[in-house]
Design a protein around this ligand. Structure first.
Ligand code: SME
Length: 161
């Protein structure tokens, strides 16, 4: 199947998932499973959420699919995860071995994308995807992952969080 078609198909499935999920937590759990299963180069897919009230701010691992990671809690001044949450910007790293910020999760990881999740205009967490393939996150993939993060932010807002 052509890559664009696959991405469109997955986007349609996450839209439906957002409509049918009972809670944001339910949506995040189903979403990581779907993305991990359906897109072969998404080898680790997970959410980190900002711990409410933590000072200094702390990202805490939430729903994920893939290998167990040692990075369960990440402060905002560490890792690619910290950089994305601190800046509120998507961070894409095509070759993690060349980025000094990178916190290793798996030796097989070659590239990574981290997209902030916003609720009520504030960063509340992020969607992190690692790939065993270098430069996996093309603009089409970036758009899909950003769309997924946006759906979770909207679900959090709808549930009053
Ligand atoms: N690589 C991330 C840490 C999380 S693991 O990829 C699951 C980072 O550099 O922040």
């Amino acid at each position: 199947m052509h890559a664009a078609t696959k991405i469109d198909e997955v986007r349609n499935d996450v839209i439906e998932m957002a409509q049918t999920s009972a809670t944001a937590q339910d949506l995040m759990q189903k979403m990581v499973k779907l993305l991990h299963e359906r897109i072969l180069k998404y080898n680790w897919v997970g959410f980190y959420m900002l711990e409410p009230g933590a000072k200094p701010p702390m990202l805490v691992l939430g729903a994920f699919e893939g290998a167990t990671t040692p990075h369960v809690r990440i402060p905002l001044n560490q890792g690619i995860c910290g950089a994305a949450a601190a800046s509120g910007q998507t961070v894409i790293v095509d070759d993690v071995s060349k980025d000094p910020r990178y916190l290793a999760c798996s030796l097989e990881t070659k590239s990574e994308i981290v997209v902030p999740v916003f609720a009520h205009d504030r960063v509340v967490g992020e969607l992190d995807i690692d790939s065993h393939f270098p430069a996996a996150f093309t603009p089409e993939h970036q758009a899909l992952v950003q769309y997924c993060a946006m759906l979770v932010g909207k679900k959090l807002e709808a549930s009053g969080q």
